[in-house]
Design a protein around this ligand. Structure first.
Ligand SMILES: Cc1cc2nc3c(=O)[nH]c(=O)nc-3n(C[C@H](O)[C@H](O)[C@H](O)COP(=O)(O)OP(=O)(O)OC[C@H]3O[C@@H](n4cnc5c(N)ncnc54)[C@H](O)[C@@H]3O)c2cc1C
Length: 412
């Protein structure tokens, strides 16, 4: 597109970038669409990398769309090299080798990168296909794996590794696993699940250094390891935006229409910090967020702008159990148990703020999850909740809550 017809240029060939491109075609955009990606692969799904993909070596990547879709829909990919600069005056994206791509609309979908851990340089990480292959090759029965960080990715890898007969120790600086996103009772349930399967979970401990095959903990313990995975979170890829003079604050700052401080440039997915309905701003790292934001942007580009108001949802899989979370709750929310942990029907934990429903965490209860998404999506919050009914797993979740009465609240 250099010097040719300016269309949509997307930087980042991950889920968000790919979904922008695919959605543009679905909604009828006929102009040029080019996606610039620094990875070598056509867009692929990352969630399996810490789940099924690790179960056996040499698994194929799961594409976001088959190659034939991109060819048929005339989406051009330029892969294997990063975009290095955005010339906003001339509306042009520059590559290191001198190539340039003119745009009418630019979408930044640059995602996030693993946060490095000082003292653990040279350890494994897990974000890309290549990193997943390296990790999978270490998961041999009897091998010793130390996972640093008990977030979702660390805990998912621990579960797969343990199921493959690996001796696993998870080291977490905070007092419980997945504390950023799940309630205390749910963390506790997962701790038991992992411990019963033979995973050793060491909480309230920092890793001081990884030296060769030894992991030194702050408390003095030294763990032997054949492999060390650092899974301590990610940082958004914002350098391109920052150097282009766009507003950045732990993410590329966008408005409700996902526009950056330059209206010709939008940002979506893990890299974007957007306004949430409670008046704060947030950045989410999830499939739902990347996909829904991408669709919102595609519609805006064809002249059908709508504010981004989707209900956040997320899932995880560990030891054959499926966790689904709808909504986001602050750490000080109260919790209500629905159903019996350990039962075949699963259970849910409702998280409430001032008596209003903020999120629902479900283990093996997809019906509760879907009901929660609808409830939270209808009003952004639920005004009152019948605690007795909500804790009874035989009463449909929908029947235990009264919808919020904010008639002027935007519908989702
Ligand atoms: C192992 C793993 C498991 C996960 N499991 C789940 C799950 O179970 N459920 C869930 O909801 N979410 C999960 N996620 C999160 C989810 O995959 C991400 O939220 C989603 O991939 C974000 O998509 P994205 O396109 O915004 O970012 P990315 O997927 O990070 O894609 C961004 C792309 O842009 C590229 N890029 C960056 N800068 C440039 C540049 N200058 N030029 C060219 N290219 C550039 C990056 O290399 C990358 O390829 C998981 C993530 C990982 C890593």
């Amino acid at each position: 597109m250099s010097g040719g017809l300016a269309g949509v240029v997307v930087v980042g060939a991950g889920l968000a970038g790919a979904t922008v491109a695919a959605s543009l075609r679905t909604v009828g955009h006929e102009g040029p669409v080019v996606v610039l990606g620094d990875e070598r692969h056509l867009p692929y799904q990352r969630p399996p990398l810490s789940k099924d993909h690790l179960k056996t070596e040499g698994k194929e990547l799961l594409p976001i769309r088959p190659e034939a879709f991109w060819i048929k829909n005339e989406v051009e990919f330029v892969l294997g090299a990063p975009a290095v600069a955005v010339d906003r005056r001339d509306k042009r994206v520059l590559m290191a080798d001198g190539r340039a791509f003119d745009y009418e609309h630019l979408v930044l979908a640059t995602g996030a990168s693993n946060r490095p851990l000082r003292g653990a340089e040279g350890s494994l990480g897990l974000r890309t296909a290549e990193e997943a292959s390296l990790l999978a090759a270490t998961l041999r029965p009897g091998a010793r794996l130390v996972v640093i960080g008990a977030g979702f990715i660390g805990m998912e890898v621990a579960a797969v590794a343990r199921a493959r007969g690996v001796e696993v120790v998870v080291v977490e600086a905070l007092d419980r696993p997945m504390s950023r996103l799940v309630s205390v009772p749910l963390s506790e349930w997962f701790e038991v699940l992992h411990r019963e399967a033979g995973v050793r979970l060491v909480t309230n401990q920092r890793v001081e250094a990884v030296k060769g095959d030894l992991v030194h903990l702050g408390g003095g313990e030294v763990l032997g390891a054949d492999a060390v995975l650092v899974a301590v979170g990610v940082t958004p890829n914002t350098v391109l935006a920052e150097e282009a003079g766009l507003q950045v604050d732990d993410g590329i700052v966008v408005d409700a229409h996902l526009r950056t401080s330059d209206p010709a440039i939008r940002a979506v997915g893990d890299c974007a910090r957007f306004p949430s309905t409670d008046g704060s701003t947030r950045r989410l790292e999830s499939v739902q967020n990347a996909s829904d934001q991408a669709r919102t942007v595609a519609n805006a580009i064809i002249g059908k702008p709508e504010p981004y108001l989707s209900v956040p949802w997320f899932w995880s899989e560990q030891f054959g159990h499926r966790l689904q979370i709808a909504g986001v709750a602050p750490p000080d929310s109260t919790t209500l148990l629905r159903g019996e942990p350990g039962s075949e029907d699963g259970f849910s934990i409702l998280r409430l703020v001032d008596g209003r429903l903020a999120s629902v965490e479900s283990i093996d209860r997809p019906r509760d999850h879907l009901a929660a998404r609808k409830l939270l999506g209808a009003d952004g919050a639920v005004d009152s909740i019948d605690l007795d009914a909500a804790s009874d797993p035989h009463v449909p979740l929908h029947d235990s809550v009264a919808p919020a009465k904010f008639a002027d609240r935007p519908r989702r």
